[in-house]
Design a protein around this ligand. Structure first.
Ligand code: F6R
Length: 259
């Protein structure tokens, strides 16, 4: 099962995960990182600059999880723009080495296949950051997504559109379709790091970690991964039956094991 790490707050989660990313970059300067968007990974991105000071980041590579379909890539809420603003620019990464699925309508029929080919050519993702939707999605793999799915177009649930309306002027502006790495794609990454903060994520987290493995709760796919780490605050952990055991395990973890 996944390792569950319960931290006091999002900043502590950001520090823990940023330390691990810095360690990977030091070890492998052209590491392939799996990037997420939305609110959840922001504390990680904010913690990175301090930890990466003095490192040569010119060969770091990255692949985003997903993108809206039909949204102008120049729109401030396109995930291409978000990744540029929150990751590429503050860290000074090479934009040519950071990919986001292409959600433009022209070419959308082969955009999924192209993305899979690029991921394959890069040798796959080493560490994949994940958030979780209130409906249990990871990437934009909504309930019912196949565990074998690859990058493709999906229809967002109304719940996800309403959750993401905060990034747009109105819910009517939230696209109905997205292109997302599949659960099969995500499961191929070397290390999955799922983060979640706040009460609104508690039910989805409990289902993903302690519930049955089911396509009805796509994040439960992480139970099939040999190296998955779930970093959550107390609120997001509030639905977990075995929270005390997870705390005990992490507190007594041998130093050499790392994250
Ligand atoms: C974003 C993504 C989504 C989000 C999820 C949670 O790239 O793939 O799965 O991680 O919708 O969103 P936030 O973090 O905004 O609560």
């Amino acid at each position: 099962m996944a390792e569950i790490v319960i931290v006091p707050d999002a900043a502590a989660a950001g520090a823990l995960v940023a330390d691990e990313i810095a360690r990977l970059i030091r070890r492998t300067p052209d590491v392939v990182l799996g990037l997420a968007t939305g609110s959840t990974p922001v504390p990680v991105y904010e913690a990175l600059p301090e930890r990466l000071q003095g490192l040569d980041l010119s060969s770091v590579r990255g692949f985003a999880l997903d993108e809206y379909v039909g949204l102008d890539p120049a729109h401030p809420e396109s995930y291409r723009s978000v990744i540029a603003r929150e990751v590429i620019e503050p860290l000074g990464l090479d934009p040519a080495r950071i990919r986001v699925p292409d959600g433009r309508l022209q070419g959308i029929q082969h955009a999924g296949e192209d993305y899979e080919a690029a991921l394959g050519a890069a040798g796959g993702v080493e560490l994949q950051l994940l958030g979780i939707g209130t409906d249990g999605h990871i990437g934009f793999n909504e309930p019912g997504s196949s565990f074998a799915s690859l990058t493709r177009v999906k229809t967002l649930t109304e719940q996800t559109r309403s959750d993401n309306a905060r990034f747009f002027d109105s819910i009517d502006d939230v696209p109905r379709h997205c292109i997302t790495q599949g659960l099969g794609t995500i499961l191929r990454a070397g290390h999955l790091v799922l983060l979640a903060f706040g009460d609104s994520k508690a039910e989805a987290v409990a289902g993903a970690v302690e519930g049955p493995v089911t396509a009805s709760l796509p994040a439960s796919a992480i139970q099939l991964h040999p190296h998955a780490t779930v970093v959550i605050d107390e609120e997001a952990a509030s639905g977990l039956r075995f929270a005390d055991y997870y705390r005990y395990t992490f507190d007594n973890k041998p130093e050499w094991q790392g994250l």
